[in-house]
Design a protein around this ligand. Structure first.
Ligand SMILES: [Zn+2]
Length: 258
């Protein structure tokens, strides 16, 4: 079997650096992007990609540390962030280092997929011929290979924040971004992903089929599955409550009708 492609996902900020914060709800960027990164890792692994994280917990890493992890693995780096702009910003965007680079195609694939899936403002910048914005952010200029910084939405905008913290939307975002990353891998490396049908049919099996022997992958997979199951249980409990309420209403109507 050919080697799996590696993708390094970097949850921005961490530890003493909370990143942007929503002053009303208290949501912190470091937490949102960490959950997001774990969901994305899960979705990528399902598709046969060897996805790694730059941090496995709430810890501080320098920007140089993050770039170094990707450089050491010789893998693309995707840094996840949330925007903030005094509550009046809205939408998503991606950054690559200045100039035409190999990163542009990955950024475009992610941006287009996100735009198609979610009714959010696309903060595209076509002045340089592609959809992404350009900046000399350290995680972008210190990486040797492909690197993209993706801003998922504005943490201090009420609508965006709701979208960012919603668990079902998180799973959807992970699916959408994983598909975008995989189609870029297919185009640039000839990677053959696990088929979508197989992914949807038996996610647990796909994740448990680890080629690592130290068990770390399996522990991750179990944790990821527990998180997903937890979401499902919450949804079911929610639906049960709604059903109870609806039955109550129906009963009232029945009584009123005699
Ligand atoms: Zn950030």
């Amino acid at each position: 079997m050919s080697k799996k492609p590696i993708i390094v996902i970097d949850p921005g900020h961490g530890g003493r650096d909370s990143g942007a914060v929503n002053g009303v709800t208290g949501s912190q960027e470091k937490d949102i992007v960490f959950s997001e990164a774990k969901a994305l890792r899960f979705a990528l692994k399902q598709r046969g990609v060897d996805a790694r994280l730059t941090r496995e917990d709430d810890r501080f890493l320098t920007l140089g540390d993050r770039a170094a992890i990707a450089n050491e693995l010789g893998a693309p780096l995707i840094s996840l962030h949330c925007n903030a702009s005094n509550g009046d910003g809205h939408g998503f965007e991606a950054f690559t280092s200045p100039g035409q680079t190999k990163s542009d195609a990955l950024a475009t694939s992610m941006l287009d997929a996100y735009a198609e899936a979610f009714s959010m403002k696309s903060r595209y910048d076509f002045r340089d011929g592609d959809a992404d914005k350009e900046a000399k952010f350290a995680v972008l200029v210190r990486t040797i290979g492909v690197s993209v910084l993706f801003e998922l939405g504005f943490i201090d905008n009420p609508a965006d924040e709701k979208f960012l913290v919603d668990l079902n939307m998180r799973v959807q975002r992970a699916e959408v971004l994983a598909d975008a990353i995989v189609s870029w891998l297919v185009e640039t490396t000839g990677f053959k992903p696990v088929s979508k049908e197989a992914v949807q049919k038996e996610p647990a099996k796909m994740v448990a089929k680890s080629d690592r022997t130290d068990g770390a992958d399996k522990t991750d997979a179990i944790k990821d599955l527990q998180a997903l199951l937890f979401d499902k249980v919450e949804t079911i409990q929610d639906l049960e409550k709604k059903l109870d309420a609806a039955e109550g209403k129906l009963e009232t109507i029945r009584k009123a009708l005699g």
